[in-house]
Structure formats: structure tokens, C-alpha cells
Design a protein around this ligand. Sequence first.
Ligand SMILES: Cc1cc2nc3c(=O)[nH]c(=O)nc-3n(C[C@H](O)[C@H](O)[C@H](O)COP(=O)(O)OP(=O)(O)OC[C@H]3O[C@@H](n4cnc5c(N)ncnc54)[C@H](O)[C@@H]3O)c2cc1C
Ligand code: FES
Length: 352
Amino acid sequence: MAEKPTHTVRLEPVGVEMEVEEGEWVLDAAFRQGIAIPHGCREGRCSSCKCLLIEGDAEVSQYSTFALPDYERDSGHVLLCRTYAFSDLTVELLNYDEDMMRRSIAVKEFDGVLSRVTTLTHDIRLLEVQLAQPLKFWAGQYVELTVPGADVTRSYSMASTQGTPDKLHFIIRKYPQGAFSSLVDTTLQPGTPLKIKGPFGNCFRREGRPGPMVLVGGGSGMSPLWSILHDHIASGEQRPIRFFYGARTRKDLFFQEELAAIAAKLTDFEFIPVLSHATDDEDWQGETGFVHEAVERILRQQKLTGEIDAYTCGPPPMIDAVLPVLQVLGVEPEHTHVDKFIQASNTLDLVH
Ligand SMILES: Cc1cc2nc3c(=O)[nH]c(=O)nc-3n(C[C@H](O)[C@H](O)[C@H](O)COP(=O)(O)OP(=O)(O)OC[C@H]3O[C@@H](n4cnc5c(N)ncnc54)[C@H](O)[C@@H]3O)c2cc1C
Ligand code: FES
């Protein structure tokens, strides 16, 4: 069989070069070669991989115009997760971070078996997956999980850390119509084999930073934040931590005992649950409203000193509300790490 033509992609301003085959997305080629390029959804929806094409012949397809509006496409911007190369390319990375490039891990495939499912709330489960081999990843990253017979693949963030590299934990929210998540408790029982591909994601814990750490999550957005928090604890580093968690009602909260134990152990840690639907709950003494409102109110009151690192993970509407608040509070964009749980599957709204 004839070999596919390959081209060289040069990444500026870092000066890194890599190969890409014709018919292979540039971002996938980078993963294959262990080169870290900023990314999020990997399917043309989030704009995290947006770059400027300086030179070469490339096609961008199957993307959302929210991620790449026409005026940006016309000015030479591309989404590397949706770019095919037809010649050698030079692209300028717009939001790269040296720490991320330095800590890149080549993406690989792994076999695993679901070993345990624990009920955390009425619609959230903790899944434990035993791998045949250890998977190296940074706390806060995610993998693709595939259920072989059902042929469905989705992204899920690890809730565990490198402390157990061959046993991954995932916190998954069930959607009744969800192709993957509705299989939890039915097809997905202990003993079910799974395919795992990864690691992916830039929203991993940055080490050795002295200022406060602000975690903001909602629903199953707890998963990567739980990993980041436990990785921080294992590192022995000391820094103030404010963990804001949005939920609808008290029955959507979990890990309350574990969080109380963490608060008792760390010197400056506060877990701040924020309930959006607690108006009828007379016994609720905590924060109410939307989580981004509590972040703004409480961080303004507390006036934490030092440069904040923020990590925010969960549903896109929550993240879209939190990001401007973090910006107003003076958190630098390069210290704001985001994992948007963008929905997969609907390809109808993409430019082809
Ligand atoms: C980087 C990344 C990390 C992620 N990490 C996690 C994680 O740790 N835990 C986790 O639970 N999920 C996570 N997700 C989301 C996950 O990948 C799936 O999108 C989610 O589980 C729904 O998939 P599904 O196949 O069940 O639903 P789909 O078949 O994709 O959707 C079918 C229907 O389910 C409902 N639905 C699905 N998603 C939503 C939603 N977000 N809001 C409202 N309704 C919805 C809608 O009715 C939708 O029409 C992550 C996503 C990304 C991109
Ligand atoms: S990673 Fe390319 S648009 Fe999301």
C-alpha cells in the first residue's frame, strides 16, 4: 500500500517541528508525537487550539463558527484540531504556555475493566477503572472512554491522581438520553471492558506556585478538581485554597465528609458549596445563587494576597459566567485554567 504523503508543521514562536500525514488532523499528529499544543474539545467547538497560519496550504473543516468565526478564518486563523495539511505549514501558537509544552505526554491507548461503581448522588456516580498498564497523566487531565460493544466514545476527566496510575477514578453525571452516561448502572457494570485513550487536556495543576488556588466547579466538574486538590495535598505545598462548588440543592452535594476532613488537615482551605435552588430549604445555612456570584462576592470580601491560580471545570454555561468574574477579580488569563465539558455528538451545527 502506498504511504500517505507527510508534511512538516513548524510551530512558532517555540520553533518545534513535527510531521503530519495527509488526512490526519494536525492536533492528532501532535498528540501522536507527544507534542503539547493548547486544546480543549478536540472537535472544533471550543477555540482553545486556535492558531494563525503563517505559511502553507491547509483546509479547516467540521468546526463551529462560534469557535472560528468567518472573519477570523478570513484573517488566516485555523483550529488545529480541524486542520488538514496539504503542504508544509508554519503556524503561530496564540496561547501556548511553556509549562504545558514542557510537560507533554504522548497519547496512547489502554485496555481497562470497570471495577466498581459507587452512587454519589441521585445522578452522579464514581466509576473505578482498572488498567492493564499504568497511564501517566497530570492531575486535572482527561481521557476518552469507549464502550466497545456500544461503540460510543466520550471524554471524562480523572478524579484520581498519579498515586494510582493503573486505577483511574471518574465522576460521571448521568443524562437519561445520554449515549454514554445512560449506560452507567445498565451496560456499565463491574467487569465491563473499556478502551481508554489519553491523556488530553491543559487544565492540569501547575506546581510550585505560592499564591492562592481558586477551584470553581459544578456537577461532575468535581472530577478534575478532586484530582487537582488531592495532587496538591500529596505535593505537601502550602497555599490558601478556596473551592467553590455549584449545585442545585443539598441532594446534589457529595464528598461532604471527605471535604471536612481535608479542611481539618490543610491550614487555609475553605470549601464553599453554592446552591442555586435552595429557596425552600430552611435548614440550608450556606451560600445561595449561582456559583460565579459567590466567587465574586467572597473573593472581594476576603481580599486574598498573592497571584491567584484558578481552575474551573464543568458545564459550559457555568464556565462562561465564571471567566469574566475571574477576569474582573484580576486573575491573569495565563493563570486561569479551564475544562469545559462541551457536549459531543451533534455534528449538524458544524461547518463542513
Ligand atoms: C474535556 C471534557 C471533559 C469532560 N469530563 C467529564 C467528567 O469528568 N464527567 C462527566 O460527567 N462529563 C464529562 N464531560 C462530558 C462528557 O464527555 C459527555 O459529554 C457527557 O457525559 C454526555 O455524554 P452522553 O453520551 O451521555 O450524552 P450525549 O449522547 O452526548 O447527549 C445526549 C443528550 O444528553 C443530554 N445531555 C448531555 N450532556 C448534557 C449537558 N452537558 N447538559 C445538559 N444535557 C446534556 C442532552 O439531552 C443531550 O441531547 C467532559 C467533556 C469534555 C469535553
Ligand atoms: S480543541 Fe480545537 S476547537 Fe476545541
